[in-house]
Design a protein around this ligand. Structure first.
Ligand code: FNR
Length: 358
């Protein structure tokens, strides 16, 4: 039985092909940023308030018009069928049950329309978002956007930190370049000729620039979040180019190695956008206390990547459900211990940087 987020990883490692474990756990180059993300949360301290009790705690959020029952999103992760036969269908059912927003990856192994249908069939009002890599061929990009809109997705997350694919040296060493036979990137199968749905059909765009964001603003009315903006100057540019939000992310340390932990960047990015757009943070979130720290410092929500893959591998829909329940319980518990009756009570004074080094 899994009692912490970390337990899912241990269970999944027992089940999965070690090559796939490396694909999920790994990062770019020396994986310095992978480790930094989690470590940053451990370095901050919580300083709780007492005697401000409340019998129940409100965990609901509304983010760019999407309502959710918890401030933890499922960040986009590719290839769910690699770890569990039903793939993204199992994940979205669990997200819907928890009332959590799932961001479907453009590199999903179930088409976004089918993921959305599975979510709707649960009768939950949980929202589905779609993650996009802008393709050099803008017609294909537009077709993908249209597909997300038709599926009923309520926001687009455009990943901008991947002009080229990050150097996952574990994957190189393992020779992991393709999906196993039978698995495809289903959003792409009928959009491009050639190797239908092959991972190679997801093109990275080294030529991507701000004009592409302006172009995208013109082809959709959905809220657009940029994922992977790290420099405060880029955060200001994002606002100027009409981004509706930022997903502050270093891709879980899978793109440029040695960039700072996202938590460390949060104050600078918040200062740069000055309250004009919401910031969601991902990278290293593993505990309810992590969620509270990020929200107390000013993030509107957080995202989780690897934990979802581990939980899916361990127990399919049931595994992801349990993962989200665990995180929700930890979050609720942490709020109570901090004297908070809801997310609105999370203020920066609850978080401290240690005043002295032991
Ligand atoms: C990812 N991530 C990712 N990001 C994205 O924009 N599109 C994608 O298709 C993927 N795919 C993907 C696969 C796997 C296996 C992982 C681990 C990650 C990055 C993801 O959205 C997120 O930013 C990080 O995973 C967050 O860090 P943690 O929670 O994994 O520490």
């Amino acid at each position: 039985m899994q009692h912490t987020v970390h337990d899912f990883e241990a269970a999944a490692r027992d089940k999965l092909d070690p090559v796939h474990v490396d694909f999920i756990a790994g990062g770019a180059r020396d994986e310095i940023t992978v480790r930094a993300n989690e470590a940053a949360f451990g370095r901050l301290q919580l300083l709780p308030r007492v005697l401000r009790g409340s019998a129940v705690r409100d965990l609901d959020i509304t983010l760019l018009g999407s309502r959710a029952r918890m401030p933890v999103l499922l960040s986009p992760t590719a290839f769910h069928k690699l770890v569990y036969p039903e793939g993204e269908l199992a994940t979205v059912r669990a997200a819907a049950a928890a009332g959590a927003i799932m961001i479907a990856s453009m590199a999903s192994t179930v088409a976004v329309g089918e993921i959305a249908d599975a979510a709707r069939a649960t009768d939950s009002d949980a929202q589905l978002w779609f993650q996009l890599y802008i393709q050099p061929d803008l017609e294909i990009t537009e077709a993908l956007v249209r597909r997300a809109v038709d599926a009923g997705c309520t926001a687009l997350v455009v990943t901008v930190d991947s002009p080229v694919l990050g150097a996952g040296e574990r994957n190189r060493r393992n020779g992991f370049h393709d999906l196993p036979p039978g698995l495809r990137c289903e959003n792409l199968v009928d959009l491009r000729d050639g190797e239908r749905g092959h991972v190679r059909q997801i093109a990275m765009s080294p030529e991507l620039n701000w004009e592409h964001i302006d172009w995208l603003r013109g082809v959709t009315e959905l809220p657009v979040l940029l994922k992977g903006v790290l420099h405060p100057e880029d955060a200001r540019l994002a606002v100027r180019h009409g981004a509706d939000g930022l997903l502050l992310s270093n891709h879980g340390g899978r793109q440029l190695d040695t960039v700072p932990a996202t938590l460390e960047l949060l104050p600078e990015i918040l200062a740069a956008v000055a309250g004009r757009i919401p910031i969601v943070l991902d990278g290293g979130v593993r505990r309810g206390t992590d969620v509270v720290k990020a929200l107390a410092l000013g993030a509107s929500a957080v995202g989780i990547g690897r934990p979802v893959m581990w939980a899916l591998a361990q127990g399919g829909e049931e595994g992801v459900r349990r993962l989200l329940e665990l995180l929700r319980d930890e979050l609720d518990d942490t709020l109570a211990l901090c004297g908070a009756s809801g997310l609105a009570d999370l203020t920066p004074d609850l978080v401290r940087v240690p005043a002295w080094a032991p």
